[in-house]
Design a protein around this ligand. Structure first.
Ligand code: ADP
Ligand code: MG
Length: 551
């Protein structure tokens, strides 16, 4: 039997080095990651077996087992899921296809100081398997893929290389054998393992057993969490499920668990995170809601299940009506999916609206808004049907102070004679507040919305008006303050009209082609001049953004 020796991708080696040498506060999370992989692998087999029943028919009861050997000092996690062949092993346990590692390394650098690196976050970045090296100095994987006869052994001490060799007569699935590090004997104790499983993995839908054969004991409740009734689920169980399904580590800010009944039946368990996921602005804008049909996992990439502007939502949708053997490709065109999307969207927006209206907990909503507001705004031009609801969710920094302001609040305190919602856009609030274009508005006490998200350049022109009040940038030539009452009524020292006309003419002559026009304005109090764009031209900030991108 030949053995192949292969090198880890450089990134993986670096990651393993950190994992093995960091002082982690919660080493035990490695078990959560391995159990989570075992359960994912069973989910994938169950899905594949819908169209190829022979894949699982010889051993149809899917489960995870934990085995310990005190003499050999090994802890083994066994599953009878889909397994891996040689290519899978090289690809999944030797390289990192996704952007996860770089992001994970960055999180270690920024989120925690030297010496206390928070490896707990590892699963979020799609590199959970490697956490096995926190507790083990040698990891062995014995595996055979469903539908194939050849088995394989993967072995590594996590120091740059791994070996792969053929092994005959392996059962289907994967067996991960951890040769525990010195001092980690606690992971040989049934009680300790049981406690970890209950803490992190109780919601896993298949049995997690301790021991072999007849005396095996079940460590979890083994029913899909979303099928249980709300009053039987603790906040901690919801949280752990969210961590598992959302590859997340924060607390869910909002937990939505409900069952839709009627023409279509489906159960939903959805979460809005309290922290911003690292890949929120990934150009693919993929959502992270898993689709199940009658408790069978179908896909975590059902296009159209959730609109892209709600892609921060995590969780599962379990349909009773979609056909079990539906292919991922056919899903996209299934009208039931569109109906489910409409139901989910309606419900999520209405729950968000409740939170937005809850003025006693405004700080909570403000955090949500800081995290996801820029994403929600995409809906304003992508989803006309829900535009009104989305407009109610908007919050703005304004010239009136530090707090966040809704459009209704803005409109309610508009000045007499003001029929326009004034805006100014730029890269950040501080530099906007220093802008000379705001002087006149500040002097008259006219509030201006400060727009700092690139997406603002798209939704504002698309929405155009709110409650009959048009949005208008203060950098527009026509945005003048003449009609509006307010401010201290200082006796004005007006320049004689004739001199002003001469000055304007002189400026036009001097500046020539560089400007379109030179006008007198009410908007300035301290500065002598400012730049504005013509009513029909592009907004100045957008023009600058586009120039940066060489458009
Ligand atoms: P993630 O679970 O986020 O994909 P991991 O590092 O935990 O990242 O696992 C990497 C990959 O290794 C998985 O996506 C899967 O393809 C494979 N894998 C890990 N454990 C198993 C297992 N027990 N059975 C089959 N495949 C597995
Ligand atoms: Mg994993």
């Amino acid at each position: 039997m030949t053995e192949e020796r292969l090198s880890f991708q450089a990134e993986v080696s670096r990651l393993l080095d950190i994992v093995a040498h960091s002082l982690y506060s919660e080493k035990e999370v490695f078990l959560r990651e391995l159990v989570s992989n075992a359960s994912d692998s069973c989910d994938r087999l169950r899905y594949a077996a819908l169209t190829q029943p022979e894949l699982s028919s010889d051993d149809p009861d899917l489960k995870v087992r934990l085995l310990t050997d005190k003499e050999a000092r090994t802890l083994t996690v066994v599953d009878n899921g889909i397994g891996m062949n040689r290519e899978d092993l090289v690809e999944n346990l030797g390289t990192i296809a996704r952007s996860g590692t770089a992001a994970f390394m960055n999180s270690l650098k920024t989120e925690s100081g030297e010496g206390k690196k928070d490896v707990n976050l590892i699963g979020q970045f799609g590199v959970g398997f490697y956490s096995a090296f926190m507790a083990a100095d040698r990891v062995e994987v014995l595996t055979r893929k469903a539908g194939e006869s050849q088995g394989w052994r993967w072995l590594s001490d996590g120091k740059g290389e791994f070996t792969i060799s053929q092994v005959d007569n392996l059962p289907r699935g994967a067996k991960i054998i951890l040769h525990l590090r010195e001092g980690d004997d606690e992971y040989l104790e049934e009680n300790r393992l049981g406690a970890i499983v209950r803490k992190y993995s109780d919601h896993i839908a298949i049995p997690i057993l301790f021991g072999d054969g007849e005396d095996a004991k079940s460590l979890n409740s083994a029913s899909a969490l979303w099928t249980r009734s709300k009053n039987e689920i603790t906040a901690d169980q919801y949280k752990e499920f969210y961590h598992h399904v959302g590859h997340a580590f924060d607390d869910p800010w909002l937990t939505l668990h409900w069952r839709a009944e009627g023409a279509l039946e489906y159960t939903n368990l959805l979460f809005v995170p309290s922290a911003k996921p690292f890949d929120l602005f990934d150009p693919k804008r993929a959502h992270r809601v898993k689709l199940y049909v009658k408790r069978v996992f179908i896909t975590d990439a059902a296009e159209g299940l959730i609109p892209p502007y709600l892609r921060f939502v995590r969780g599962v949708v379990d349909s009773e009506d979609l056909p079990l053997n539906i292919s991922r490709e056919m899903l996209q065109h299934n009208p039931m999916l569109a109906k489910i999307r409409a139901g989910l969207t309606r419900r999520i927006l209405s729950e968000l609206n409740k939170k937005a209206k809850d003025t006693e907990n405004a700080a909570e909503y403000a955090t949500f808004w800081e995290n996801f507001g820029a994403v929600l705004k995409e809906g304003l031009y992508e989803d006309y049907e829900h535009r009104d609801e989305l407009l109610k969710l908007l919050r703005f920094r304004t010239t009136a102070g530090d707090g966040l302001v809704s459009l209704d609040e803005y409109v309610a305190r508009m000045k007499e004679g003001q029929d326009t919602i004034f805006t100014i856009s730029g890269d950040d609030v501080d530099s906007l507040l220093r802008s000379p274009q705001l002087e006149g508005f500040k002097a008259k006490g006219v509030e201006v919305l400060l727009l700092t998200d690139p997406v603002d350049e798209f939704w504002v022109p698309s929405v155009g008006v709110y409650e009959t009040k048009p949005f208008k940038s203060v950098t527009r030539g026509g945005a003048d303050l003449g009609k509006i009452q307010g401010g201290e009524d200082k006796p004005e020292e007006k320049a004689p009209e004739g001199e002003l006309v001469d000055l304007l003419a002189l400026l036009k002559l001097t500046l020539g082609e560089a400007v379109k026009d030179v006008r007198k304005s009410e908007r300035l109090t301290n500065s002598a001049v400012c730049l504005v764009s013509d009513d029909n031209d592009m907004d100045m900030h957008l023009e600058r953004l586009l120039k940066q991108h060489k458009q």
